[in-house]
Ligand binder design. Structure first.
Ligand SMILES: C[S@@+](CC[C@H](N)C(=O)[O-])C[C@H]1O[C@@H](n2cnc3c(N)ncnc32)[C@H](O)[C@@H]1O
Length: 208
C-alpha cells in the first residue's frame, strides 16, 4: 500500500494477514525485526504503527536484487526510515546487535534448510518477554483419521529433497503442528499461542 489508495499487485492480500496475526495497533517505540521481509509490506506497516523497524532478506527465493526491488521503491515512495540489510538469518549475531521486542518470521521457516537453528537465533535476538510472530507452510496429514484430524499428535517434519513441494526447490521442510510447538518449547519459547490456521498456513505468537 503506497498511500493515496495505490496498492501494488501481488499473490496475496497482506492486509488480511494483519488480521490473522493480530499485530498490536500501536507499536510506538517498539523495535521490530522482519526476517525474510521481501518487499517489506510488514516492515512499512509496523513503521506506520510507530515501530523502529529493521528488515533483512537474503533474496534467496526472490529473484530481485537489492536496490532494484519492491522494497527500495516502496521505501522511497513512503519516505520510510526502515533499515534494510541484505543478509541471511544465519548471519545475525545476537551478541553484536541490540535485541528486538518483536520478530516477524512470516513464510520463511519452510524455506530454510536449518529451521531449528533459525528459531534458536530468533530466541536469542529477542529481549526477555519479546514476541515472535510466525507464519509457515505446515504439514497436515501425518496420522490423519477419516475425519481429517491429526490424531497422532507426534511431532514430525517432512523433508523435500528437491522441488516436490509446489515445484519450488527453495522449499525444504514442512513441520506438522505438534513439531512446531515442540520446537518452540525445546528452544525455550513460552506462552505459545496458535493464532489461526488458514489453508496450508499456520500462525503462532510466542514469547521469549
Ligand atoms: C515466501 S517469502 C515471504 C515474504 C514475507 N515475509 C511475507 O510473508 O510476505 C520468503 C522470503 O524469505 C527470504 N529468505 C529465505 N531464506 C532466507 C534466509 N536464510 N535469510 C533471510 N531471508 C531468507 C526469501 O528471500 C523471501 O523473500
Amino acid at each position: 500500500m503506497l498511500g493515496h489508495g495505490v496498492v501494488t499487485p501481488g499473490r496475496e492480500d497482506c492486509t488480511r494477514e494483519l488480521g490473522r496475526l493480530g499485530l498490536p495497533k500501536d507499536l510506538t517505540g517498539v523495535r521490530v525485526l522482519d526476517i525474510g521481509c521481501s518487499d517489506g509490506f510488514f516492515c512499512f506497516e509496523c513503521e506506520q504503527r510507530g515501530a523502529d523497524v529493521t528488515g533483512i532478506d537474503d533474496f534467496s527465493t526472490t529473484p530481485l536484487n537489492r536496490g532494484n526491488n519492491g522494497f527500495a521503491i516502496a521505501k522511497k515512495i513512503l519516505k520510510s526510515d526502515v533499515q534494510f540489510f541484505q543478509q541471511s538469518i544465519y548471519d545475525l549475531n545476537p551478541e553484536s546487535i541490540d535485541l528486538f521486542d518483536v520478530v516477524l518470521f512470516l513464510n520463511v521457516l519452510y524455506h530454510l534448510r536449518h529451521p531449528l537453528l533459525a528459531l534458536e537465533i530468533i530466541h536469542r535476538l529477542l529481549r526477555p518477554n519479546g514476541t515472535m510472530y510466525l507464519k509457515t507452510y505446515f504439514h497436515q496429514d501425518f496420522g490423519v483419521s477419516r475425519w481429517g484430524i491429526d490424531v497422532s499428535r507426534r511431532p514430525m517434519m517432512r523433508f523435500f529433497e528437491s522441488d516436490e513441494l509446489n515445484q519450488d526447490p527453495s522449499n525444504w521442510w514442512a513441520p506438522n503442528r505438534y513439531c512446531l510447538e515442540a520446537m518452540f518449547r525445546s528452544i525455550g519459547f513460552s506462552n505459545i499461542k496458535h493464532l489461526c490456521t488458514y489453508g496450508n498456513r499456520i500462525y503462532y505468537r510466542c514469547l521469549r
